[in-house]
Design a protein around this ligand. Sequence first.
Ligand code: NDP
Length: 245
Amino acid sequence: MTKKVIVITGASSGIGEATAKLLAAQGNQLVLGARREARLQEIVRDIEAADGEATYMVTDVTDLASVKKLAQQAIDTYGRIDVWLNNAGLMPQSVLAEGKVEDWERMIDVNEKGVLYGINAALGIMREQKSGHFINTSSIAGHIVGPGSAVYSATKQAVLAISEGLRQEEAQAGSNIRVTVVSPGAFATELTNSITDEAVKKGTEQFYDQFAISPDRVAESIAFAINAPEDTAINEIIIRPSKQV
Ligand code: NDP
């Protein structure tokens, strides 16, 4: 398989960390972005200890300038960007009547605008290269809305819409840029830590305790999309633990 330069946002834990480690082990060059520097440093050390290649840039995906610096780090270090994984996200779910406006805004800023900023930072570079691949993390919650998930689901539906729009535009432009959207079910990460509505948090944690499996499985599905032949775009992956209802 050809070595690729792969940028991952939200690479400091969970699905992003698992994906970074797997793709580095497959011989790719990784560029990791997130806010927690110590975690990023530790992951880069782990990758290097396993003879892989990785660099990082402290990144806040709600800040376009910060996301552009992450793209620049990839160019400065490895000279190109083959894959950009818009993975950073949070899930402070709550019922609307709780009026948790700050949580709504954080989800819109990170889950939705963060994806647009990632596209903005890397699309011009990929167009110049005449090749590239965006992978955007949505959620099963982008397909199914439940009590407490209205805003989270809305941001993940937005990721589906943005991804499909990008896919059609790049196919029409003949730019050789592929688009994949990944919609995971319940995977054991730090995601539920962001929930501030105690009742919703308890219910979600019980659900995760019952069903969630390793984020390594999502990482493997992302690697599958990346490693597909260049004439093939895996446009959407819906992946759940097989026991998840
Ligand atoms: P984690 O909480 O483990 O990881 C979330 C990542 O996002 C962290 O690396 C965090 O890093 C990063 N992040 C949060 N805010 C920002 C920000 N402002 N700027 C940059 N990075 C940020 O959860 P997951 O691994 O589960 O989540 C990854 C993605 O998968 C999310 O988009 C989530 O919605 C999606 N998903 C997860 C599911 C699951 O069951 N786990 C199910 C469906 C979708 P830091 O705090 O260091 O900035």
